[in-house]
Ligand binder design. Structure first.
Ligand code: AMP
Length: 209
């Protein structure tokens, strides 16, 4: 099965995609994680894309599509849960050339919940697991429950960068919703409860796909 999880920054895409990976047994591919890996490994590509990522703007379509193509190539027969791509209509058109997708889950979350959630988000340096200082705390402060890795706050989770990421989402990414709606692939999930249990949202997604 080839699933795209779509939605604004902070809508829970990464959290739901990693839970779906376990429930469905298909790999979770996150272009955001691929971008952070390039930057962390200080590759020449990482140095080129760091300025986009740290300011909350989008990496150009050609560069991000090459990064995705490399990662997705080995999963074309098994399927995947793709998260963070496509983010522009141009990327959605590129993805159609790479492979077909079966369903696109569109997460609808109010801005207020997004800003609150992102300003409290922590991520594991080693395995990428996501926590929240208020609602999904790790058992031991600063340490990942799953692998013991160190938790960090993303540089783009600062209030002014969050606002820029939301602006970019409205401008460049929202048209992707119509692209998939017109192909009858879009399934809407509404989450306007800041205390919603991620497990329940995942169950809702599983019913829709
Ligand atoms: P994310 O973790 O999905 O919020 O991605 C973090 C950052 O990586 C974004 O703010 C962008 O700078 C970059 N990025 C990730 N995926 C894409 C994409 N599909 N298109 C352009 N830039 C991306």
């Amino acid at each position: 099965m080839k699933i795209v999880i779509f939605g604004p920054p902070g809508s829970g895409k990464g959290t739901y995609a990693s839970r779906l990976e376990k429930r469905l047994g298909v790999p979770h591919i996150s272009t955001g994680d691929l971008v952070r890996e390039e930057i962390r490994n200080r590759t020449p590509l990482g140095r080129t894309i760091e300025k986009y990522s740290s300011s909350g703007t989008l990496v150009p379509d050609e560069i991000i599509t090459e990064i995705l193509k490399k990662r997705v190539a080995s999963e074309l027969s098994r399927g995947f849960i793709l998260e963070g791509y496509p983010r522009t209509v141009g990327q959605a058109e590129q993805l159609e050339k790479i492979t077909r997708v079966d369903v696109v889950v569109n997460l609808n979350v109010p801005d207020k919940i997004i800003v609150d959630r992102l300003s409290a988000r922590l991520q594991c340096k080693s395995c990428g697991a996501i926590y929240n200082e208020r609602t999904m705390k790790p058992k031991v402060s600063g340490k990942c429950d799953k692998c013991g890795g160190e938790l960090f706050r993303r540089v783009d989770d600062q209030p002014e960068v969050i606002r820029e990421r939301l602006r970019v989402y409205r401008e460049a990414s929202e048209p992707v919703v119509d692209f998939y709606r017109s192909r009858n692939l879009l399934r809407d999930v509404v989450n306007d409860d800041p205390n919603a249990d991620p497990g329940q949202i995942v169950d809702q997604i599983l019913k829709l796909i």
